[in-house]
Ligand binder design. Structure first.
Ligand SMILES: Cc1ncc(C[n+]2csc(CCOP(=O)(O)OP(=O)(O)O)c2C)c(N)n1
Ligand SMILES: [Mg+2]
Length: 561
């Protein structure tokens, strides 16, 4: 840390603080508004990833935050840079991910004239971010940046936005650094843990649901041990599948989009639900049908790191304010029950149902079956491979068949944001060059941030992007056929040759027209050592693992009479 007597620019103070807070990577699109901060990065130990669009940069920072539990850092320029970054900021908000977005701002003396690209960031990001501020005085950078790290990581994590007036960054100041932040645990009280045990032991059909953020490999292991001791079925919520080993005999499956109907039935029939870390939002709650609002009919215990989340939607019978990490550690201290719990068979039946649901892909229309490809990858990839994806029906096959086995092997937007897979993969591979990183994307999904493939090429990141091309915004077409059968508007897509796109960017590209050709294409992609795109030609009829587009349309037409 610098002694307080050394004079530095605001930008130098800022970047020194980031180093002190443990930042090793940041993601950005440059702008003249924060050129001084870029200069301060020139000789400081932070790896900079320059991106092609701020939405991609912000999603990369969000993914880094999700993967590490520490704030992902993004730098963008004012007005257009900041508004482009909003897409990644929103993922951080909905997914409870710590993230800090730094935005270059016009010089202080020009404020309130709507100077070039001037925006009022407090107003613009007020309902997305946990906190928005603008730093006027370079001497206060240590204080406000420290607060940003605490705010982004504490309670329910989320995004923070800090605007940096250009002239403030180049002003010299004498100020002392703030020490490194320490994420704060909220530890559940012994009282609450005792009450929980009594409620659990009175149950007949208990179910544990886990989700949200603030987990760790250690917490997942402790929770797994607890589930084992008590023979408890554990389901993960939408896109939090990596929190529990899919092959563990207590795993019940993912309560998400397109879930196993048997799991939904079990959740609805449970007489005791222990929800740890998540909010049970619209998708995992199956459009708010699993728990009644405000008073669930099941005995409902809610454990959440954000005090304001407890009782916000569902009134818990017992609310426990605690981080999943601290709560899992507390569960780890529990003695096993004196006799095998009465729900032991119910637990193993639930796991058997999960295994049957995910064992082999369902038949689909066309020559490429995404489910079979996912099954092949799950049997082939190392256990620590990271699977990334964005939003679209293609992801139904990924989530259903992959069987994530380890903490940190999934990067997917609970917020349902298209375009997430490629930037998440770029960020992950940048953070962990030794790991295998695969991104699944739809044809619509891919081109929302597909230009970040150039970032993968620039940094020589050998990600493999699997583009599931069905020539449409399939999810929306599915809804269209359901609600307005046969009336297709704005969902057809005329696509480029995605393999040629990859090659044009300097990567590896291959087209896959039959399921059986995938393995060879994947191996060739890995052997090339380059970022790769595998372009899968999907029959548009193959709209979900369960049905075809034609069947959906016919059903809707029949219903209309
Ligand atoms: C940023 C964003 N814009 C729009 C949507 C609405 N939306 C959800 S899925 C979808 C279509 C996805 O198409 P594609 O990526 O081709 O996947 P498919 O459903 O065809 O498999 C759209 C437009 C969204 N979720 N996110
Ligand atoms: Mg599509």
């Amino acid at each position: 840390m610098r002694p307080p007597s050394t004079s530095r620019t605001g930008a130098e103070v800022l970047i020194d603080q980031l180093v002190i807070h443990g930042v090793r990577h940041l993601f950005c699109v440059p702008g003249e508004s924060y050129i001084a901060a870029l200069d301060a990065l020139h000789d400081r130990p932070i790896a900079v990833t320059v991106c092609r669009q701020e939405g991609g940069a912000a999603m990369m920072a969000e993914a880094a935050g999700k993967a590490t539990g520490r704030p992902g850092i993004c730098f963008v320029t004012r007005g257009p840079g900041a508004t482009n970054a909003a897409s990644g900021l929103h993922v951080a908000r909905q997914d409870s991910t710590p993230m800090i977005l730094f935005v270059g701002q016009i010089a202080r003396e020009m404020r309130e004239r709507e100077a070039f690209q001037e925006l009022d960031y407090r107003a613009v990001f007020g309902s997305i971010a946990k906190w928005v501020t603008e730093i006027d005085d370079p001497a206060r950078i240590p204080e406000l940046v420290s607060r940003a790290f605490y705010t982004a990581t504490s309670g329910r994590p989320g995004p923070v936005v800090i605007a940096l007036p250009e002239d403030m960054l180049s002003e010299r100041t004498v100020t002392a650094d703030a020490p490194a932040f320490e994420p704060i645990e909220t530890v559940p009280g012994a009282d609450a843990m005792e009450k929980l045990r009594a409620l659990l032991m009175a149950a007949q059909r208990p179910l544990v649901l886990i989700g949200g953020s603030r987990w760790s490999a250690q917490a997942c292991a402790s929770l797994q041990e607890f589930a084992e001791k008590f023979s408890l079925p554990v389901a993960t919520t939408f896109r939090r599948t990596h929190l529990f080993d899919a092959l563990h005999p207590c795993y019940a499956g993912e309560l998400g989009n397109g879930p196993n109907p048997k799991l939904v039935a079990r959740a609805k029939a449970a007489d005791f639900i222990l929800l740890i870390g998540g909010r049970l939002g619209e998708l995992p709650s199956q459009r708010y049908t699993v728990l009644d609002i405000p008073t669930p009919r099941q005995t409902f215990v809610h454990v959440h790191p954000g005090a304001e989340e407890l009782g916000r939607v569902y009134r818990p019978h017992l609310g426990i304010h605690g981080t999943p990490t601290a709560f899992a550690a507390a569960l780890g201290e529990w003695e096993a029950p004196s006799a095998p719990p009465k729900w032991r068979d119910y637990c193993s039946d639930t796991h058997t149902e999960f295994m049957a649901w995910t064992e082999t892909s369902t038949p689909t229309s066309g020559a490429v079956n995404v489910g079979e490809i996912v099954v092949w990858l799950r049997d082939t990839l190392p256990a620590d491979a990271v699977i990334c994806n964005g939003a679209g029906n293609f992801s139904l096959w990924v989530h259903r068949f992959y069987r994530y086995r380890r903490f940190g092997t999934q990067l997917a937007p609970c917020s349902g944001s298209m375009g997430y897979g490629v930037p998440a993969a770029v960020a992950m591979q940048r953070l962990a060059p030794e790991r295998t990183v695969v991104a699944f994307a739809g044809d619509g999904d891919f081109l929302m941030t597909g230009q970040e493939f150039a970032t993968a090429v620039q940094y020589e990141l050998p990600i493999v992007v699997v583009v599931c091309d069905n020539g449409m915004y399939g999810t929306i077409r599915m809804h269209q056929e359901r609600e307005y059968p046969g009336r297709v508007v704005a969902t057809r897509l005329r696509n480029p040759d995605f393999a040629a796109y990859a090659r044009a960017f300097g990567g590896f590209g291959a087209t896959v027209e039959k399921t059986a050709d995938f393995a060879q294409a994947f191996d060739a992609a890995r052997q090339s050592g380059k970022p790769a795109i595998l372009h899968l030609k999907i029959d548009p009829e193959a709209i979900t693992p369960m049905t075809t587009l034609g069947a959906i349309r016919q059903k809707a037409l029949n219903e209309q009479g």
